[in-house]
Design a protein around this ligand. Structure first.
Ligand code: NAD
Length: 503
C-alpha cells in the first residue's frame, strides 16, 4: 500500500513527518516479507501518520529465534551489574529522546501533551531503572537441612530467567504498559518479543532504535507488528519457542491467549479489563472526591483500565456530587494534544468511538438520565474527522443495565445513590471484574473496613492512580492472573531453581 503525496503531506500535524512502523528483529529494522501493511491514522484528525508493516509467521519465527539465540550469547553471560547498567542507559536514552517519544505517543493516541509528558514517557523510561534496583538487591532462600546420617544438607535457591517472553500490549498507555513488562523481563535476564497494539505501534518501534544506540546485544529486544487472531498476536502466543506470555488487554483476548498458552503449559501473566467502582460516603471530603473522580472517570479520555465507570454516592451528598461532577465534566477542554489548556483528547480510533457511542445510545434506550454529554462534540473544522466524544454522566439506571455491567473504556460514568455501607460494598463487588476501586471517606475505621472487603487487586482510599511501583499490581476475578510490580514481577519473570547439596 502506498500513500499519495497529499496524504503524506498532511500526515502528523505535530511536525509533518511521516512515521512508518517496521519490525525490529535481531537488532535490525525490516518491513518483513508478507507485503501487507496498513495505514496508521491519527485519532486527532484521522490524518495518515504512516504505514505499519504486518508480520507473518516467518517474521514472528525469526524474532523468536533471535530471542532464543540471545539467551545463550553475550546477554546470557552478562553479569547482573552489567545488565542493569545497560538498562539504565535505555532509560537515559528514552529521556534524551523525550520529545520524539512524546510526539509519537501523542500522534498514535491523541492524548494531551500535558498528560503524556507527565505520565507516559517519564514512567515508561523509569520502568527500565526501577526493576534493576529490585534484581540487584533481591535475595533467595537458604535452608540447612538435617539428615538421618547426621551430616546434613544445605538447600539454596537460584533465580534464573524464564527464557523468551512474549509481550502483548494494549493501546491506552502504549509505552508505559509495554515497558512495565519489558523492563522487569530484561532486568531478570530474559529476552523479549513484543507485539504492540495495532493502534499504537510507534513508541515500541522507537525503542528498537534506543536498544541499538545503547549497545543492547542483538535479539534481546524484538518487535513484530500485526493484529490478534490469525496475525502476529496469535502467531507469537502459539509459537513453541516462547516460554511465557505476559499480556495486558481485554478479558476476552486473555481467554484466547490462555488457550494458546495451554499448548506447552506455558505460564501467563494477565492484566485484563475492569468495571471499577468508586464509593463516596457522606463523610468524604467532597472536594477531594470530586477531584479524584474527575481524573478516574475522564483522564486519558476514560481509557484507563483502572478508571471509574460506576460511582456509588451516599444519599445525603448524592445531588451535590452529581452537580459538581457535571460542572467538572463540562469544564474539560477538548482539543489538539499541543493546544494550551487541553485536558481531554479523542478516543484512540474511529472503531473505538463507534463502540463507545453504541453504549451512549444503549444508556438512553435503557432509560438513563443523561446528566451531561451523550454524543459527539462540535470540534473545529481541522479536528472534525477525529475520534471525539463528549464526557458523559448518567444516573437512574438499574444495576442490570449494560452500561453499568460492561466495560466501556470511554469518558463516562453512571452515578447511583446508596444508603448503607453494607449496600455500597455489595453494589461495588457485584461484577465479574475485580481490578480497582476508590473509596472516599474521612472515617479511618470505615476506610480499613471497606478496603478489606473490596474484591479487587487495587483499592485506593481518598486517592486514585497513586502508584508505588514496588507494590503488587494486578486484578482479581476476571481482571487478571498474577501480580506485577517490585518483587512480584520477579515471580513471573524468573524461575526459582532449588539446589540441594548433601554434605
Ligand atoms: P485488546 O485485548 O483488544 O488488545 C490487546 C493486545 O492483544 C493487542 O496488541 C492486540 O493486537 C492483541 N490481541 C488481540 N487478540 C489477540 C489474540 N487472539 N492473540 C494474541 N494477541 C491478541 O485490548 P485493547 O483494546 O488494546 O486494550 C483495552 C483493554 O485493555 C481494556 O479491556 C482494558 O481494561 C485493558 N487494560 C487492562 C490493564 C490492566 O492493567 N489490567 C491495563 C490497560 C488496559
Amino acid at each position: 500500500m502506498s500513500l499519495n503525496t497529499a496524504e503524506i503531506a498532511q500526515a502528523s500535524k505535530l511536525d509533518g513527518a511521516r512515521r512508518d512502523a517496521l519490525h525490529f528483529i535481531d537488532g535490525a529494522f525490516t518491513t518483513g516479507s508478507t507485503g501487507r501493511s496498513w495505514q496508521n491514522r491519527s485519532p486527532i484528525d484521522n490524518s495518515v501518520i504512516g504505514l505499519v508493516h504486518e508480520a507473518g509467521e516467518a517474521e514472528v519465527d525469526a524474532a523468536v529465534t533471535a530471542a532464543r539465540r540471545a539467551l545463550t550469547g553475550e546477554w546470557g553471560r552478562m553479569s547482573v551489574e552489567a545488565r542493569c547498567t545497560l538498562l539504565g542507559a535505555v532509560a537515559d536514552e528514552i529521556n534524551r529522546r523525550f520529545d520524539e517519544f512524546l510526539a509519537a505517543e501523542c500522534l498514535d493516541t491523541g492524548k494531551p501533551v500535558s498528560l503524556a509528558s507527565h505520565i507516559d514517557i517519564p514512567r515508561g523510561a523509569a520502568n527500565f531503572k526501577m526493576f534493576t534496583d529490585v534484581i540487584k538487591t533481591v535475595s533467595t532462600e537458604f535452608f540447612p537441612t538435617p539428615t538421618p546420617d547426621g551430616t546434613g544438607a544445605i538447600n539454596y535457591a537460584l533465580r534464573k530467567p524464564k527464557g523468551v517472553i512474549g509481550v502483548i500490549s494494549p493501546w491506552n498507555l502504549p509505552l508505559l504498559l509495554m515497558t512495565w513488562k519489558v523492563g522487569p523481563a530484561l532486568a531478570c535476564g530474559n529476552t523479549v518479543v513484543v507485539k504492540p497494539s495495532e493502534e499504537t505501534p510507534l513508541t515500541t518501534t522507537l525503542l528498537g532504535e534506543v536498544m541499538n544506540a545503547v549497545g543492547m546485544p542483538k535479539g534481546v529486544f524484538n518487535v513484530v507488528h500485526g493484529f490478534g487472531p490469525n496475525s502476529a498476536g496469535e502467531f507469537l502466543t502459539r509459537h513453541k519457542g516462547v516460554d511465557a506470555i505476559t499480556f495486558t488487554g481485554e478479558t476476552r483476548t486473555g481467554e484466547a491467549i490462555m488457550k494458546a498458552a495451554a499448548d506447552g503449559v506455558r505460564p501467563v501473566s494477565f492484566e485484563l479489563g475492569g468495571k471499577n467502582a468508586a464509593i463516596v460516603f457522606a463523610d468524604a471530603d467532597l472536594d477531594k472526591a470530586i477531584e479524584g473522580t474527575m481524573r478516574s472517570a475522564f483522564a486519558n479520555c476514560g481509557q484507563v483500565c483502572l478508571g471509574t465507570e460506576r460511582v456509588y454516592v451516599q444519599r445525603p451528598v448524592f445531588e451535590d456530587f452529581v452537580a459538581r461532577l457535571k460542572a467538572g465534566a463540562e469544564g474539560l477542554k477538548l482539543g489538539h494534544p499541543e493546544d494550551k489548556g487541553v485536558t481531554l483528547g479523542p478516543l484512540v480510533s474511529q472503531e473505538h468511538r463507534d463502540k463507545v457511542l453504541s453504549y451512549y445510545r444503549k444508556a438512553v434506550e435503557e432509560g438513563a438520565i443523561v446528566v451531561t454529554g451523550g454524543g459527539i462534540p462540535e470540534m473545529p473544522a481541522h479536528l472534525a474527522e477525529g475520534a471525539w466524544v463528549q464526557p458523559t454522566i448518567w444516573t437512574g439506571l438499574p444495576e442490570t443495565a449494560a452500561v453499568v455491567r460492561e466495560e466501556i473504556f470511554g469518558p463516562c460514568c453512571h452515578i447511583q445513590p446508596f444508603d448503607t455501607e453494607e449496600e455500597a460494598i455489595h453494589l461495588a463487588n457485584d461484577t465479574p471484574y475485580g481490578l480497582a476501586c476508590a473509596v472516599w471517606t474521612e472515617n479511618l475505621s470505615r476506610a480499613h473496613r471497606v478496603a478489606a472487603r473490596m474484591e479487587v487487586g487495587l483499592c485506593w482510599v481518598n486517592s486514585w492512580f497513586l502508584r508505588d511501583l514496588r507494590t503488587p499490581f494486578g486484578g482479581s476475578k476476571a481482571s487478571g492472573i498474577g501480580r506485577e510490580g517490585g518483587l512480584h514481577s520477579l515471580e513471573f519473570y524468573t524461575e526459582l531453581s532449588n539446589v540441594c547439596i548433601k554434605l
